[in-house]
Design a protein around this ligand. Structure first.
Ligand code: GTP
Ligand code: IMP
Ligand code: MG
Length: 339
């Protein structure tokens, strides 16, 4: 009976993949729907000792009873989707997938234009996945839609209708956002942003759900910050500093080295405000503090607790999920206590 939206708090790669997988494995929603820009996303999921990098498939796929959906607002690259069907065969992803007929399609031409554009590839540092040019064609009303792609016919479903019927029937719906707040075309560090708004309201619209139907907005932050691509980053640290703290990271889609910085409280406050966050999930706490695999809040050090409580006080939003490692078990879930 809950409709939840999960969003990225900063510049993406906050560990949304792990949080979504944990929440879907635990809460077992009936529908897991992907919102956000498209296959520029890279979500990392570690489940039963295996690692998956997902670009279009909802990260909640591990809950095998759920229907998986891609909302109308999301750009679809059929090759990326079919490739994920192959890689996720044992989870019956193909059999459970629904694609909205109104999804716009990324073509080879969009990818070429993305990679060859001096502005997008060099100045902005885009992922090269064709999303910017595709959204531009969508605005120009020249892009092809999923309903007109023969290979997608088996998956075409009115996602908005299914999601709203599920909500009306008292079922649980989980909406996965991608990218992050600071990459929003409206609220991010323009022009160093992605090609669409990336806040909770747009993610709801992506799957065709009105704001009055949404119960929970979970804003995901990492205990430090990472950013791939160009643009302002007020709390950035030097590469040497990041290395000395063991915080080196590389992108899932592009393999690029990520820029690393300290947690930014002002950004967190703005992200919670504009997303209308009702909960915060905090990831990679073990990489900043010595608490790998801790599953109990009382076992965290006073310093770690102070860090978490400060975030809670400053944003006014409860930190309900604390992640202390990549495995689903490495999670402190405080929802029963705090909500
Ligand atoms: P989104 O783009 O937000 O979905 O993030 P992501 O899932 O793509 O995160 P990213 O690509 O940055 O991958 C993060 C890596 O850290 C993955 O290998 C995750 O399995 C792992 N990870 C996630 N949460 C934690 C955590 O709390 N602690 C540690 N040590 N690793 C984590
Ligand atoms: P585009 O979305 O490929 O056009 O890239 C525009 C900017 O957003 C670049 O700085 C990308 O690195 C960044 N970006 C887009 N999607 C993601 C994501 O899922 N994680 C992190 N950065 C992203
Ligand atoms: Mg990512």
């Amino acid at each position: 009976m809950t409709c939840s939206i999960l969003v990225g708090g900063a510049w993406g790669d906050e560990g949304k993949g792990k949080c979504i997988t944990y929440l879907c494995d635990n809460d077992k929603p009936n529908i897991i729907a992907r919102a956000g820009v498209g296959p520029n996303a890279g979500h990392s999921v570690e489940f039963n000792g295996e690692k998956y990098g997902l670009r279009l498939t909802p990260s909640g796929f591990v809950h095998t009873d759920a229907k998986l959906m891609i909302g109308a607002g999301v750009l679809v690259n059929p090759d990326v989707l079919f490739n994920e069907f192959e890689n996720l065969k044992k989870y019956n992803v193909k059999e459970r997938m629904c694609v909205d007929p109104r999804c716009a399609i990324i073509s080879k031409d969009h990818m070429d234009r993305d990679v060859k554009s001096e502005h997008l590839a060099k100045k902005i540092g885009s992922t090269g996945s064709g999303c910017g040019p595709a959204n531009s064609d969508r605005v120009m009303r020249t892009i092809e839609l999923a309903k007109d792609v023969p290979e997608l016919q088996d998956y075409i479903t009115d996602v908005s209708l299914e999601v709203n019927e599920a909500i009306d029937n008292g079922e649980d719906v989980f909406i996965e956002g991608s990218q992050g707040f600071a990459l929003s075309l409206y609220y991010g560090t323009y022009p160093f942003v992605t090609s669409k708004d990336t806040t909770a309201s747009t993610f709801a619209a992506d799957v065709g759900v009105g704001p009055t139907k949404v119960d929970e907005v979970i804003d995901v932050f990492k205990a430090y910050i990472s950013r791939v691509g160009e643009g302002p980053f007020p709390t950035e640290m030097t590469q040497e500093e990041a290395e000395s703290k063991g915080l080196e990271e590389y992108g899932v889609v592009t393999g690029r080295r990520r820029r690393i910085g300290y947690f930014d409280m002002e950004l967190a406050k703005e992200s919670c405000r504009i997303n209308g966050a009702t909960q915060i999930a905090l990831t990679c706490v073990d990489r900043l503090f010595d608490c790998a695999r801790v599953q109990n809040y009382d076992e965290l050090s006073a310093e770690t607790k102070a860090f978490i409580e400060d975030i809670q006080t400053e944003t006014g939003v409860p930190v309900t999920i604390i992640s202390t490692g990549p495995d689903l078990k490495d999670t402190i879930d405080l929802r029963k206590e705090l909500l």
